[in-house]
Design a protein around this ligand. Structure first.
Ligand SMILES: NC(=O)c1ccc[n+]([C@@H]2O[C@H](COP(=O)([O-])OP(=O)(O)OC[C@H]3O[C@@H](n4cnc5c(N)ncnc54)[C@H](O)[C@@H]3O)[C@@H](O)[C@H]2O)c1
Ligand SMILES: [Zn+2]
Length: 387
């Protein structure tokens, strides 16, 4: 099979890396920037070091702190207006996926004419934006290394995306695990399982890619070893560091291969129940991997091997899928991820997501099709947290 791997965002990594943002902007002759963030990230004190680093080298900045979760077109356009009025020369996103995707949306608007909606899936920004620096504070969506900005289209009341190598690939991703040390337990679990889903689903799409397979397996190995440690002790620097890198690796994978049923179900459940991205996706990934196992047993085996699952004696795709699926369910318990039921969802609410699942943008990347009837059966399984 011929597959492609074309997207790589340059990265600066390690504790304290974010303090080099000023110097990195100076190297490019940048004099004025916009910081795109949200109130929670600012309140956690995570923008302070970045502001100091910019001030130290004489770079002016304006702050847009009104990023909303599941960022809306309205909020991105407002941030773009601030950036344009201030005549900034670079865009810096600092926060979780919502802030980073807002920064990407701003960058689209800095290089290309309005309206933003012209560039939703199917449309492409033709002009490059400004230099783009992305600093993740969750570990995470991997947005710092993907080409997608996931956007809530308030007119159509749906999630869409802008996929652009021109405007959305960071000039420099700065992965400073220090920015993730203070993440509360629940946020650590739900962003960590999202990273897990990216890597596991990338390995099991219809067109996997040998380079992303290698990155994805290392990402899974890090997550299985270090995410439970980060959950048990948020001050464990080694654990936080490995989870941060695992998330970026997951982003590198999905930038090239995309994802499948975990995200089809997760997006749909999340949209109906207004759940965080990681919670919807995190509870669909075990069933997603199990479902495709008879179509691509060797790829699912790779997921299991990376997780350290003993697959000796598993001769069929079904057997491999079941063992790996069970290991993922156990992993979710290890990281104390509340089930959908524990999160307050009802079975009826979860089942109401059925019409959305096969219309999701990730469905074309699934290794085998699913019927509407199977979608309902799988929503039941996801709600019951069984395979
Ligand atoms: N672009 C991509 O490739 C991609 C991939 C996956 C998901 N996403 C998108 O990313 C978004 C979800 O991002 P997310 O899960 O990172 O959450 P988020 O960015 O929505 O942040 C959630 C909350 O966590 C807080 N927060 C962030 N970092 C913190 C920290 N270190 N300490 C304390 N609080 C902190 C924020 O203030 C916010 O209130 C969704 O819109 C999803 O669709 C994008
Ligand atoms: Zn995701």
């Amino acid at each position: 099979m011929v597959s492609t791997c074309t997207v790589f965002a340059p990265a600066l990594m390690g504790f304290g890396a974010s303090e080099q943002i000023g110097a990195k902007c100076s190297e490019l002759g940048i004099k004025k920037v916009i910081l795109v963030t949200d109130a929670g990230v600012e309140k956690a004190g995570l923008t302070k070091g970045i502001e100091k680093s910019l001030t130290d080298v004489g770079i002016e900045f304006v702050v847009f702190r009104d990023v909303v979760p599941d960022p809306t077109d309205v909020s991105i356009i407002a941030a773009g207006d601030v950036a344009r009025a201030a005549k900034v020369e670079a865009v810096i996103g600092i926060g979780g996926g919502s802030a980073l995707d807002t920064a990407k949306g701003v960058n689209v608007l800095m290089g290309n004419p309005s309206p933003l909606s012209d560039y939703y899936l199917g449309g492409k920004p033709t002009q490059p934006g400004l230099p783009l620096f992305l600093l993740p504070t969750t570990g995470g969506t991997g947005s710092e290394s993907t080409i997608s900005a996931v956007i809530t289209d308030t007119t159509q009341k749906r999630k869409t995306a802008i996929r652009s190598k021109n405007c959305n690939v960071s000039t420099l991703a700065i992965i400073d695990p220090g920015l993730q040390m203070g993440m509360p337990l629940f946020l650590t679990a739900l962003t960590g399982i999202d990273a897990f889903a990216h890597s596991a689903e990338s390995l099991t799409v219809n067109k996997p890619n040998p380079i992303c397979d290698a990155l994805g397996k290392e990402s899974l190995r890090f997550l299985v070893q270090y995410l439970p440690r980060a959950i048990n002790d948020g001050s464990d620097k080694e654990a936080r560091e490995h989870v941060a890198y695992a998330a970026t690796l997951g982003g590198m994978c999905i930038a090239n291969t995309l994802v499948h049923y975990g995200h089809c179900f997760g997006h749909s459940i999340g949209a109906k129940l207004h759940l965080p991205h990681g919670l919807g996706v995190g509870h669909a990934v075990a069933q997603a991997i199990n479902y495709v196992a008879d179509a691509i047993p060797e790829q699912v085996r790779q997921v299991g091997i990376a997780m350290g699952v003993d697959l000796s004696g598993c001769a069929t795709g079904e057997a491999i899928g079941r063992k790996v699926g069970e290991a993922i369910i156990k992993f979710k318990a290890d990281i104390k991820l509340p089930t959908l039921k524990e999160s307050g969802a009802t079975r009826e609410q979860v089942l109401s997501a059925a019409p959305l699942v096969l219309r999701d943008g990730c469905y074309p990347f699934a290794a085998k099709p699913m019927t509407d009837e199977m979608v309902k059966i799988y929503l039941d399984k996801i709600y019951d947290n069984v395979l």
